[in-house]
Write a new protein. Structure first.
Length: 219
């Protein structure tokens, strides 16, 4: 991935942090039962080290280059959020002990977005937040040889912090380009967004992935 692509991916960081103010009021999604342990581990330890290992293997399907994307709003009354998705894409919610994950996937498995809501009991001050974002970066940098981090930036505004990482990874015998975004609040709430597309269609889907991520709202 060249530097120009990385810079384009980093550009929404300020917007992400501003929009992230919504995380401070994200009561509904975190009030749903996680069946989590009383002392949850730090957020960066709750995240699977290789998130894209859950990606399905490549499937051949025309991607319709040049076609206009039709959007629709997906609403989860159970978990209290809305997100805009391209028509025909699939959405599923998966709860676990300490988190809740939403998967939004292209019908041909060529692109996807994973949205993970976490609760980090230790996230109550800005120093802890800075350390957490540094550890997320370290986790990406120390991933096995399947992943290469091209760019990482972070910022804090008020009680909300945000980061964006851009890179390339090799999964299921296919090269993927990804963007990893995170929002952290000193109330202990964390939202992680992992968007990825197969490298041969990344230019088509990168703006779609960004739009999905930035449209996510907790009601």
């Amino acid at each position: 991935m060249n530097n120009e692509s990385a810079q384009k991916g980093i550009a929404p960081l300020l917007i992400l942090v501003i929009v992230g103010a919504a995380i401070a009021g994200a009561v509904v999604i975190f009030n749903k039962p996680f069946n989590k342990s009383k002392n949850s581990p730090p957020a960066e330890q709750q995240v699977q080290q290789n998130q894209t290992s859950n990606q399905p293997s490549a499937q051949e399907q025309p991607v319709g280059q040049g076609q206009e994307v039709g959007w629709e709003t997906y609403r989860s009354d159970e978990y209290g959020y809305t997100v805009e998705i391209p028509k025909g894409w699939n959405v599923s919610d998966t709860p676990s002990e300490n988190s809740r994950e939403t998967t939004i996937i292209h019908p041909g498995a060529q692109a996807l977005v994973l949205i993970t809501a976490l609760k980090d009991e230790g996230l109550s001050d800005l120093d802890y937040m800075r350390d957490s974002m540094a550890e997320f970066k370290e986790k990406l940098e120390n991933d096995p040889a399947t992943l290469q981090l091209a760019k990482f930036e972070s910022d804090i505004q008020g009680n909300v912090g945000g980061f964006i990482g851009i890179g390339e990874e090799y999964r299921s015998e296919v090269n993927w380009y990804f963007e990893q975004r995170g929002l952290l609040s000193t109330n202990g709430r964390v939202l992680l967004f992992h968007g990825a597309a197969q490298s041969n269609v990344y230019q088509e889907y990168k703006d779609i992935i960004s739009h999905i991520i930035e449209s996510f709202r907790v009601e």
